[in-house]
Ligand binder design. Structure first.
Ligand SMILES: C[S@@+](CC[C@H](N)C(=O)[O-])C[C@H]1O[C@@H](n2cnc3c(N)ncnc32)[C@H](O)[C@@H]1O
Length: 198
């Protein structure tokens, strides 16, 4: 990690831990609006039995648990101890599920160890430089024939409901949200030289 990225990561960590200490108690109430996406991510992934999944910026674990319920071996990584405390409470007997508190821009895993790496609603909650580093890590630790699944906001369409949703999100979301929407997910994919399957 370069000196600059190291400093950005250090500052982000302090901010993120404080921000999600406040958000953790209410996060799952709002997360309910994304619940329909979790199962779709699992089914669209088309993983084979025994596949290994890495869930970056896993938060309170909704996406990790959706994979674990289907029998996959899952590691969830997050920077917020408060979000992870809630994630760990969702683990049930028989799930092959591990959560670790770690910056996703530098993870302690060997190259090509996972069949799939995913990040949901995480990129808009970190500085762009960190987001790029996270995508690189996802690519590094995923098998050459594996998959990356990225779920996040899109630029709002031109409708009253979208504009209202965007206005509410600006109040609720972290300070990186507006920048993320401005540059767009496509920019992240292009910079990380990832091709999109949508
Ligand atoms: C909006 S939550 C999304 C949580 C979860 N993925 C979901 O879909 O509900 C964003 C999460 O990103 C985590 N996060 C932000 N920056 C991170 C980083 N550099 N490394 C790991 N986690 C990070 C936060 O702690 C938070 O839990």
């Amino acid at each position: 990690m370069s000196q600059d990225l190291h400093e950005i990561a250090r500052k982000h960590k302090g901010h993120n831990v404080r921000w999600f200490r406040r958000m953790a108690p209410v996060y799952d109430v709002v997360e309910v609006f994304a619940r329909h996406i979790r199962e779709k991510v699992v089914s669209d992934s088309g993983l084979s039995h025994g596949a290994k999944v890495l869930d970056m910026a896993c938060g309170t674990g909704a996406q990790s648990i959706a994979f674990a319920k289907h029998g996959f071996s899952v590691v969830g990584v997050d920077l917020s101890p408060d979000m992870l405390t809630r994630a760990k409470k969702k683990v049930r007997r028989g799930y092959d599920m591990t959560f670790i508190c770690q910056d996703a821009s530098s993870v302690p895993f060997a190259d090509s160890g996972f069949d799939l790496a995913t990040i949901s609603f995480g990129l808009h909650d970190m500085p762009e430089e960190i987001g790029m580093a996270v995508l690189m890590e996802m690519r590094r630790v995923t098998k050459p024939d594996g998959k990356l699944v990225i779920v996040d906001y899109d630029v709002p369409r031109n409708s009253f409901a979208a504009a209202l949703g965007h206005a509410i999100a600006k109040i609720w979301e972290s300070k990186y949200y507006v920048h993320f929407l401005k540059v767009g997910l496509r920019h992240y994919l292009d910079e990380a030289q990832l091709s999109a399957g949508e």
